[in-house]
Design a protein around this ligand. Structure first.
Ligand code: SAH
Length: 245
C-alpha cells in the first residue's frame, strides 16, 4: 500500500457543508492531522489515529503528514473552510519544498471546501457579487504595514473585501485601525457585515454601516465583509450589483 496525503477543507462548520469527496477521504484515512478544534469534528474509529496540534506549528504539521505518507499511511490534513485559503495547503507545500526530494513522488491531493467568506456571503445575500479582495488581517505571517497598504489599495480601487482573522485577544487594537482606514477610503455609509460562526449553532450575522461599526463586533470566529460603493440592502439581504457605477 503506497501512502498518500490529502489536504481537505471541512467547510465552515455544518457537516452538510462537507463535500462528498472529503467525507470519502476521511473514511479511508489511517491518520488525520490538524488543529485541535478541527480534529474534534472527526468521529473517532478504531483504525484511525488522530494527531491534534497547536495552530502555530503548521510547517511541522505538514512535514509530519509527509513523513507518515512516506511510511505508507493514508494521511488527511484537515483545515476549516477551504484548505487553500489562509490554511494548511500552502504550509504543506512549504514543507514539501523544504523536505527530501523523495517526497515529491508521493500521492498528494488538495480537496476544496466551502470557505468562510462564501458561506457568510450566502447568508447575507450576495455582497461579493462583483470584484472583491480577500485579506487576512493577522500579522502573524506578514508585517502590519503591509496589511495597511493592501487594505488601502483594495478599498481605494473599489473592491468589496472579505477579512479573515479580523481581531484576536493578542492584537485587539489593529481592527480599530483597520476600521479607521476603511472609513477614510470608503466613507461612513458603506455597508460592513460581521458573520460569526457561520453554519454552527452559535451563528450570528449583522450588517451595519462603517460609521456604526465598532471593533467589538468582530472576533476570531468572525469573517468581516465590506461592500463596495454600490453594495446595498434589499429587504433583509445585502447585495452588490453585477455592474459597477
Ligand atoms: N481556511 C479557512 C480560513 C482559516 S483562517 C476558510 O477557508 O474558511 C480563520 C478565520 O476564518 C477566522 O478568524 C474567521 O475569520 C474565518 N472563519 C472560519 N470559519 C468561520 C465561520 N464558520 N464563520 C465565520 N468566520 C469563519
Amino acid at each position: 500500500m503506497t501512502g498518500s496525503v490529502v489536504i481537505a477543507g471541512l467547510g465552515p462548520g455544518d457537516d452538510a457543508l462537507v463535500t462528498p469527496e472529503v467525507t470519502a477521504a476521511l473514511a479511508e484515512a489511517t491518520d488525520i492531522v490538524g488543529y485541535i478544534p478541527y480534529i474534534r469534528r472527526i468521529a473517532p474509529r478504531a483504525d484511525l489515529t488522530l494527531h491534534e496540534s497547536d495552530n502555530r506549528v503548521e510547517l511541522e504539521r505538514g512535514a509530519h503528514a509527509l513523513e507518515m505518507a512516506a511510511e505508507g499511511k493514508r494521511v488527511v490534513v484537515v483545515s476549516s473552510g477551504d484548505p487553500g485559503v489562509f490554511a494548511m495547503a500552502s504550509a504543506l507545500f512549504e514543507a514539501l519544498e523544504a523536505g527530501p526530494a523523495g517526497w515529491l513522488s508521493l500521492d498528494i491531493r488538495v480537496l476544496p471546501g466551502i470557505t468562510a467568506m462564501l458561506a457568510a456571503a450566502a447568508r447575507l445575500g450576495a455582497p461579493l457579487g462583483h470584484d472583491f479582495a480577500a485579506i487576512n488581517l493577522s500579522d502573524n505571517l506578514k508585517p502590519w504595514a503591509l496589511i495597511e497598504t493592501r487594505l488601502r489599495a483594495a478599498a481605494g480601487a473599489g473592491f468589496a473585501m472579505a477579512f479573515y482573522n479580523p481581531r484576536s485577544k493578542a492584537r485587539p487594537h489593529q481592527f480599530a485601525r483597520a476600521l479607521d482606514i476603511l472609513r477614510e477610503e470608503c466613507g461612513g455609509k458603506t455597508l460592513i457585515s460581521f458573520a460569526r460562526a457561520v453554519s454552527t449553532p452559535e451563528e450570528s450575522v449583522t450588517a451595519v454601516t462603517l460609521e456604526e461599526a465598532t471593533p467589538e463586533m468582530a472576533d476570531m470566529r468572525t469573517v468581516v465583509i465590506v461592500g463596495n460603493r454600490d453594495t446595498r440592502r434589499v429587504g433583509r439581504f445585502v447585495y452588490t450589483p453585477r455592474s459597477a457605477s
